[in-house]
Write a protein that binds this ligand. Sequence first.
Ligand SMILES: [Mn+2]
Length: 335
Amino acid sequence: MAVGEAVSYLAAARALAHARSIAVTTHLNPDGDGIGSQLALLHALEGLGKQVRVLSPSVVSRTYAFLPGFERIEVVADPAQAAAIGMVDVLISCDAGDLQRLGATALIRRATLINLDHHITNTRFGTINLVDVSGESSGVVVERLLRRLKVPLDQRLGECLYTTIVFDTGRFMHSNTTAHTFSWTARLLKTGIDAASINRCLTYTRTLHDLAIQRLGIDHLVVDAQEPSLAGISLSADEIRAVGEPQDWGDLVELPRSLAGNQVAYLMRESKDKATVRVSMRSNPPFDIGSVAQALGGGGHLQAAGCTVSGDLAYAQAQIIPALRRQLAPAAKAQ
Ligand SMILES: [Mn+2]
C-alpha cells in the first residue's frame, strides 16, 4: 500500500471517530458494491455509537433486499430531499468516481466529505480522499478502514462485504480476481455467512421483465464488421420504451462479452429525451477501455468503465465505436 493511502485511512478513521452524525451515500443506479459498502459502514458505525443514515441518489434494486439494513436506505433524488437531511458531521461517498455520480446527495451539507472508492479515474473530490485502487471492490476499502477503527468482522458485515466482492469481480471472473481476493473472501466466509444463499439472491432473482430486456439485448447484438472481437448492444429510446425501462440494467453488457473471441463489449442506452446516451464498456486485458470512457468525461477501471455521451444514439455510436476499434488495433497488429 502506498504511503498516501495509509495516511488517508488514518485521516478517515480519525474523522469518523470524532463524528456524531454520519450520512453514507453511493452513486446513481447503485450496485452491489456501493450498497454492500454502505450497509457495512452503517452496521459498523452504529456499533460505535454514531448516528447514521444511508442514502441513495436513485431507486435501489430489490435484488439487494436480502442485505441486513436494506430497509434503512432513503432515496434522496432532488435538492429539497437533500436539504431535508440537514447538516451532518461526515458524508461518506461509496464507490463513486466523481461528484456528479452522487446525484442530489452531492448537495447534502457536511463538515467533511470522505470519498471512499477504488476507481483509478477517481477525481479526488473529497475533503479526505480514501481512494485505494488496489481494492477489488469498494467493500475491500471499507474493510481496511474498519480495521483502523478496530471493528471486528461479524456475520452482518460479512454478508454486506461479500456482496461487494461478488459484484465487482463479476462472481470471481474478472481480471481483478487475485489470490488476495480469495484469501480476503475466505475471512468473510469464516464469519458464518451463507455464501450459496447470497449467490442465489444476487443471481437467480430475475423477473420476466428482466428476461424481456435480455431478449431485447440479444435482438440488438451486433458484432463489428471491421473488428470481430468487438461487439455490443445499442438501444434507442423507442426500443427501450417498447419493452419498459428496467429498474436495474444489471449485467446486460456481459451478453456481447460472452461471445467466443470477444475482447471488447459495449452497451449503449439512449435516454428518454434522446439527449444523452449511457455507455457501459467491458474488455479483456490488455485492452484498455477506461481511457475511452475518461476521454468522454466518464470513468471506471481499465477493463470496466462507463460514460454518458451528450447527443443521440447515432452520435454516441460515431464517438464510441471508432475509439473502441482503435483500442483493439495496436495489439491486433502486434500478434
Ligand atoms: Mn466498485
